[in-house]
Design a protein around this ligand. Structure first.
Ligand SMILES: [Zn+2]
Length: 169
């Protein structure tokens, strides 16, 4: 396991914690000089807060811990490509490098949907490394949504049965 895989595996552990509490499994870790200074996972449902993405949580914690909004020597590891909000927070906190696992074709702003992290019109650009333990990171998400779809389907059938709408289901 190389250095990037090592830190990504900590982010994956965080993503699993999100899954355990019914959250979309996304985890993040902030690293400074090879030390983990913050780790966190998606808590959007738990906190009913649209801002509670894993990346925002670790950036917030790191700023508090370091006593500065400038995270210019920090690296952010995240299991899924950052969304526009999180990519914006990365630019604004001047994170040095983002290392992510799976791509997000619907909202990924580190090169897939758009590349907010490396747009030269902003005064800060960030290094990007994608695809670290991508399969494992992506599998967590696809498994989560497959189970969720199955649960919704079963719930729908249960309701239909209760209403007597369909027989022999
Ligand atoms: Zn986000």
């Amino acid at each position: 396991m190389n250095r990037e895989q090592f830190f990504m595996s900590i982010a994956i552990e965080e993503a699993k914690k999100a899954k355990e509490i019914g959250e979309v499994p996304i985890g993040a870790v902030l690293v400074l000089h090879d030390q983990v200074i913050a780790k966190g996972h998606n808590r959007r449902e738990t906190s009913q807060n649209a801002l509670a993405h894993a990346e925002i949580i670790v950036i917030d914690e790191a700023c508090k811990r370091l006593g500065t909004w400038r995270l210019e020597d920090c690296e952010l590891y995240v299991t899924l490509e950052p969304c526009p909000m999180c990519a914006g927070a990365v630019v604004m906190s001047r994170v040095k490098k983002v290392i992510y696992g799976a791509r997000d074709p619907k909202a990924g702003c580190a090169g897939t949907f758009m590349n907010l992290l490396q747009d030269e019109r902003f005064n800060h650009q960030c290094e990007v490394l994608e695809g670290v333990l991508a399969h494992e990171c992506g599998l967590l998400l696809t498994d989560f949504f497959r189970v969720l779809r199955q649960q919704k389907k079963e719930e729908k059938l249960r309701k239909m049965r209760e209403l007597g709408g369909i027989d022999n289901v």
